[in-house]
Design a protein around this ligand. Structure first.
Ligand SMILES: Cc1ncc(COP(=O)(O)O)c(C=O)c1O
Length: 417
């Protein structure tokens, strides 16, 4: 048997990836994965760009490249972020293999074993997993409809010497909530005052379906140590594995060294093809179409939950992103509910794995981007009916127990002589 490093002990496979192995079978109507709609992938433009790059610059595209990334793509990202309120130079941009690699590189470069990472609860599971590999200890702050509870963060930063604050400010995974402007300002002030690094993970920022865009944390205060992560996974296609990290040049150098050890550089062909495509592709037009498609699906999901889930279900109302988060009434265990709904071949992800500490078992995450409204309605009707059934059983048993208790209780009027 090959003996594994100490750091692998206690690192479990992602509970969600394990669930997805079952729920993403083709015969299952799944709302489990965070999958974009494949029909929205810009296949033709990507095919054309790849062909063009291979025809004109195959020698460079198929050769090793710079760890920092392909220059024109770095420049495009810097300009785009500058427009979105995060002024950046190309030298501050590192092209990564998705924003997941940005999370991992930040963990590698910043976290020593035993360091405290502050996360919101619930949190993006794959980030927790990544930080765990580097020996992070988690301090947890709550979240509500305005995102991370920054008032609790203040308290935590006073009590601990935290190394990193990790959050998803826009349309969070798993809750779909967005950090308000007031909290953004308070958070960067705290980060600056305590000089604690912030990892702003923003793969969904450009997928807003209602409300006004809010500025990236990294653009709010130049003295606050913020690393911003973005991705083309949800706006173009996740199979490209293209994302980016943006920070001050010293931090980028550290991330570049961490990346050299990981994979030398992000796939050259993907980078060049996307850079070529973006020269002529109507990216904003594409985003408008995506927003319309996903906005409609989000609305369909909210209406279906309202219609089909038992009374007392509480759920978030995302203004963007891919997920709705629901909390079931009567203490229904979402893992058991998944067993019920899987019998009907409908899937979702129970919320418990997203909690670093004390899990709430009555929660679930629902993805709306991957199915059309009619299938969303069908799926929510089935999950809702399963939940109602569980609730009815639960209430029946509770009533029966109550009757039994009353029958044997010495205080029962029927027993009183
Ligand atoms: C919050 C969050 N961060 C990072 C990622 C990873 O995305 P990427 O495909 O860019 O690596 C995801 C994917 O779903 C996510 O939800």
């Amino acid at each position: 048997m090959i003996e594994l490093a100490q750091r692998m002990s206690g690192i479990n496979p992602s509970a969600i990836r394990e669930i997805l192995k079952v729920t993403e079978r083709p015969d299952v109507l799944s709302f489990a994965g965070g999958l974009p709609a494949p029909e929205a992938f810009p296949v033709e433009a990507l095919a054309h760009a790849h062909a063009d790059v291979l025809a004109r610059e195959a020698a460079s595209a198929l050769q090793y490249g710079a760890t920092e990334g392909f220059g024109p793509l770095r420049a495009w990202v810097a300009e785009r972020l500058t427009q979105r309120g995060l002024p950046a130079h190309p030298e501050q941009v590192l092209i990564t293999a998705g924003s997941q690699q940005g999370i991992d590189l930040a963990g590698k470069a910043l976290i020593d074993a035993g360091d405290v990472v502050v996360v919101e609860e619930p949190s993006y599971l794959a980030a927790l997993q990544s930080f765990s590999v580097y020996g992070a200890r988690f301090e947890v702050v709550g979240s509500d409809d305005e995102g991370m509870r920054v008032d609790e963060l203040d308290h935590v930063l006073r009590q601990t010497r935290a190394r990193l604050i990790y959050l998803v400010p826009n349309f969070q995974n798993p809750r779909g909530t967005t950090l308000s402007l007031e909290r953004r300002l308070a958070l960067v002030r705290l980060a600056r005052d305590h000089q604690v690094a912030v990892l702003e993970d923003d793969p969904y920022g450009e997928l807003r379906y209602s409300g006004a865009a809010l500025p990236p944390l990294a653009g709010l205060d130049k003295d606050a140590p913020v690393i911003h992560l973005g991705s083309f996974s949800k706006t173009l296609a996740p199979g490209l594995r293209l994302g980016y990290a943006v920070a001050d040049e010293r931090t980028i150098r550290a991330l570049v060294i961490a990346k050299q050890a990981a994979d030398l550089h992000t796939g050259n062909l993907s980078q060049r093809a996307v850079a070529r495509m973006l020269e002529s592709f109507d990216y904003d037009g594409h985003l408008r179409e995506l927003r319309e498609l996903y906005g409609e699906r989000c609305a369909a999901m909210l209406a279906s939950i309202e219609r089909s889930f038992p009374e007392g279900t509480v759920y978030t109302r995302p203004e963007g992103g891919l997920f709705v988060w629901a909390q079931l009434p009567g203490g229904i265990d979402a893992a058991q509910l998944l067993e019920d709904s899987m019998r009907e071949k409908v899937a979702f992800v129970p919320g418990a794995p997203f909690y670093p500490n004390q899990a709430r078992r009555d929660t679930l995450r629902l993805n709306f981007s991957n199915r059309p409204p009619e299938l969303i309605a069908k799926g929510m009707a089935i999950i809702g009916a399963c939940a109602a059934q569980r609730l009815a059983t639960f209430q029946f048993v509770a009533k029966a127990n109550h009757r039994t208790d009353a029958a044997v209780s010495p205080a029962s009027p029927r027993r009183t002589p």
